[in-house]
Design a protein around this ligand. Structure first.
Ligand SMILES: [Zn+2]
Length: 299
């Protein structure tokens, strides 16, 4: 069965870029008669802003984006994440790292995705966990994945990233790791998200493999930019103006390369959604990383 999801971080209200991602994942799930789940990525608690969960839920409701099942919160899954950390530890794949940011800066090469961790602590066998991050050992092999929009994504994690962090020194589970456990717990079959997350795909593929989980099919949609800058949460308030939900839908569909010829602004959101599900074609979403939006169209 097709199970997709939308997973916003509650660091502010929805902005056009996150709405586009929500709409793309919703339409792909619904046009495949699948489920569309909602997960709140609130594991990185310092980044969570008060009130933004309810803003996000209200924003989705107003756009007619009704999720299936109950809302999942990462902050309520810490026990499950720890269970899988313990499992990987028993397999001998994890180690503690007490390198400071400064040490890593000074000892690492910079790769195309940032600093490459050189494995300083791999053989140290550090027992004391306080103040340590937990890293996973990676192997020197090329990983190649086909993304349904972006094509082939290849990476050698060992050469480009190094052993990466599953749990930070402040005890927060990393994005890479928590998402993989979530995919497993929620039986996610299809990932649709923004292009800015594509670099994490090989790491997540690797984690699925070592944890024995099936890897979902992935599609990375272009990032919405304004003035060549990625849209931030700050653009949210301006874009989600009451009573303009159908305009937001049409702008999102246009952004996603879907034809809006037969749509008009007097249609209700429900009508637009029914049309959009029928007409949805993922092939029309073009394989580029970024796409400039017309600012005036969203005021
Ligand atoms: Zn270290």
């Amino acid at each position: 069965m097709y199970i997709g999801r939308f997973a916003p971080t509650p660091s502010g209200p929805l902005h056009f870029g996150s709405i586009v991602t929500a709409i793309a994942s919703f339409l792909d799930a619904k046009s495949n008669k699948g489920k569309w789940l909602l997960k709140i990525d609130d594991i990185d608690e310092p980044r969570v802003r008060d009130g933004s969960v309810s803003e996000i839920l209200k924003g989705l409701e107003r756009l007619g984006l009704a999720w299936d099942d109950h809302v999942v919160y990462q902050s309520q899954r810490k026990e499950q994440y720890q269970f899988h950390i313990n499992d990987l530890k028993e397999k001998g794949l994890l180690y503690n790292c007490n390198c400071s940011r400064k040490m890593i800066n000074n000892s690492s090469l910079t790769g195309s995705h940032g600093l490459i961790y050189n494995g300083t602590c791999r053989e140290k066998n550090l027992k004391n966990q306080t103040g340590c991050s937990i890293r996973i050992k990676v192997v020197d092999e090329d990983i190649s994945i086909i993304d349904s929009i972006q094509g082939e994504i290849s990476q050698n994690i060992h050469n480009d990233i190094g052993d990466f962090i599953l749990k930070r020194s402040d005890d927060i589970f990393s994005y890479q790791f928590s998402v993989v456990v979530d995919n497993h717990l929620d039986n996610i079959s299809h990932i649709i998200r923004g292009y800015d997350l594509i670099n994490s795909l090989p790491r997540q593929f690797y984690l699925h493999k070592v944890m024995g989980f099936d890897f979902p099919k992935s599609s990375h949609i272009p990032i919405a930019t304004l003035g060549r800058k990625k849209l931030s949460k700050g653009h949210g308030d301006r874009i989600l103006i009451q009573n303009y939900e159908n305009l937001i839908w049409m702008n999102a569909l246009t952004f996603l390369g879907q034809s809006t010829q037969n749509y008009h602004l007097s249609m209700t959101v429900e009508d637009i959604i029914q049309h959009a599900i029928k007409g949805w074609s993922k092939n029309k979403v073009k394989g580029f990383a970024e796409r400039e939006i017309d600012e005036h169209a969203h005021r």
